[in-house]
Ligand binder design. Structure first.
Ligand code: GMT
Length: 377
C-alpha cells in the first residue's frame, strides 16, 4: 500500500512513534511518504520505499502566524496526487487531522478519494485539544476522520468524555521495534563513563514541559540519594530545565545530577540505567516508560492516564499518586537497596514490554488500512 504519514518531526512521543511506524511499514514493502515540516528526528534509515516531503511555509510581513495547515493541506494534495497514495495516516489531531480533512475535500473535487486515519496521542486531546480555542475544530476533525485510533484505553475514555464523538475509537497501543532498536542485550553499556560502579543510575527522559513535573524528579532523587549511592541522568530539554537545575543547586545535589540535554543515545542511556522516573501530571501512554522497560529498566511513575496500562504495579515497577514524591522515593529505595529485588523487577519490566512488540501492533495498523481502503474507495 502507499501510505502518507503526517506527524511532528521533533523529539516527542507522537513523532517518534509515527517515524518508527513508517520505517517498519517500509521494511514490510509498503511505500511510505512522510509529509512534515522537517525531517523526523528518528528517520535515520535508507530504504527505497521511504520518501520525505518537506512542508515549507513562506514568511510574509502581514502574517502574525504562519499558515502551516494551509501549506500542509496543499502539500498533501500534491503528494497524494503525484504518488497516488492509498491512505493518509495523521498523528496528533492538531492541526494534522484538520489539514488532512481539507486536503481530502480538495482531492474529492478532483475525483480522488482518500481515506484518513487519525491517531490521537494525548496532549492533542487532554491538554491542548479540549481548550475552547481549538475544541470545535478538533471535534470536527475526529468525527470526520475515516478511522480514529487512540494509544491507550485511558485516552479513548478521555476523548469520549471531553468531546462529542460519533466515530468509533479503536485502541492501538504504542510499540517497540525490538529487532531494529538496539536493546539492553546488544548495547555496549558504557556505565563507567557516567557513574561509579557502586552508584545506582536513575534516569528521567522528557521534553521538560510542566506536565512532566520535572522538579518532582529532583525531589524524589534528593530523597533517594540520602539512602542509596546514586546518580541522576536528566535527558532532554525544555522550558522547565533551568528551574530544575536551579532547584538541584539549592538542594546541594547538583554534582550528583547530569543534565545531558537532548540526545540521540537514549537507548544507550536507558540500558545503563537501574530505575526510570516519570512522575508526570498526566500521560496518555508514556512511551518513555515503555522504552525504559524495553531496555530492562524498572519504572516509578505517577498513577495517571494510560500509565497503569504500561507500568504494572508491583511487577514492572510502582505507581503512586501524582505529586506524592515521598511515596515515589520510598518505592525507589525499596527497589534500589536490594540487588536481587531490583533485578527481578528489571527482568519483569523487560518481559512485560514484549507485550508492546511491534510484531503484535503493526498488523493492527495494517488491518485498519486494509479495511478503511476497501470501505472507502
Ligand atoms: O508528552 C509529551 O509532551 C509529548 C507528546 C507527543 O505528542 O509527542 O506525548 C504524548 O504522546 C506519546 C506517544 O503516543 C505518549 O507516550 C505520551 O504519553 C503523550 N503525552 C502526554 O499525554 C502528556
Amino acid at each position: 500500500m502507499k501510505i502518507g504519514i503526517v506527524c511532528y518531526p521533533t523529539y516527542g512521543g507522537s513523532g517518534v512513534l509515527a517515524t518508527e511506524l513508517g520505517m517498519a511499514l517500509a521494511r514490510k514493502g509498503h511505500e511510505v511518504h512522510f509529509v512534515t515540516s522537517h525531517q523526523p528526528v528518528r528517520l535515520d534509515f535508507l530504504n527505497a520505499n521511504l520518501f520525505f516531503h518537506e512542508v515549507f511555509v513562506e514568511e510574509y510581513p502581514l502574517f502574525h502566524f504562519q499558515p502551516y495547515e494551509l501549506a500542509l493541506s496543499s502539500k498533501l494534495v500534491e503528494v497524494v496526487e503525484k504518488y497516488k497514495l492509498d491512505i493518509l495516516h495523521v498523528h496528533y489531531a492538531i492541526p494534522h487531522a484538520y489539514a488532512a480533512y481539507m486536503s481530502k475535500q480538495m482531492l474529492g473535487q478532483k475525483g480522488i478519494h482518500i481515506p484518513i486515519v487519525t491517531t490521537l496521542h494525548g496532549t492533542d486531546i487532554t491538554l491542548v485539544g479540549s481548550h475552547p480555542f481549538y475544541k470545535t475544530a478538533v471535534e470536527f476533525s475526529i468525527n470526520n476522520s475515516d478511522v480514529v485510533t487512540a494509544v491507550s484505553e485511558s485516552l479513548r475514555t478521555d476523548t469520549l468524555r471531553l468531546f462529542t464523538i460519533y466515530n468509533k475509537i479503536q485502541v492501538i497501543y504504542n510499540f517497540i521495534d525490538f529487532e531494529h532498536q538496539k536493546t539492553w542485550e546488544d548495547e555496549d553499556c558504557l556505565r563507567q563513563s557516567l557513574a561509579k560502579d557502586e552508584e545506582k543510575v536513575i534516569t528521567h527522559v522528557s521534553n521538560f514541559r510542566p506536565v512532566k513535573r520535572v522538579n518532582d524528579v529532583i525531589t524524589i532523587f534528593n530523597k533517594i540519594q540520602k539512602k542509596v549511592k546514586s546518580k541522576l541522568l536528566m535527558v532532554g530539554d525544555g522550558p522547565e530545565r533551568e528551574k530544575a537545575e536551579i532547584y538541584a543547586k539549592e538542594l546541594g545535589i547538583k554534582d550528583k545530577i547530569l543534565f545531558l540535554g537532548k540526545s540521540d543515545e537514549v537507548r544507550k542511556i536507558l540500558c545503563l540505567s537501574d530505575l526510570f522516573l516519570l512522575p508526570s501530571e498526566t500521560e496518555s501512554f508514556g512511551l518513555a516508560a515503555l522504552e525504559a522497560m524495553a531496555a530492562r529498566t524498572t519504572v516509578i511513575s505517577s498513577n495517571t492516564g494510560g500509565l497503569p496500562e504500561v507500568n504494572i504495579q508491583g511487577k514492572t515497577g510502582f505507581l503512586c499518586d501524582v505529586g506524592d514524591t515521598e511515596a515515589m522515593a520510598k518505592k525507589a529505595i525499596y527497589l534500589l537497596e536490594s540487588e536481587d529485588r531490583l533485578n527481578e523487577f528489571k527482568d519483569q519490566a523487560y518481559q512485560y514490554s514484549q507485550k508492546f512488540s511491534i510484531d503484535n501492533i503493526l498488523p493492527k495498523y495494517e488491518q485498519v488500512y486494509r479495511e478503511v481502503k476497501s470501505d472507502c474507495c
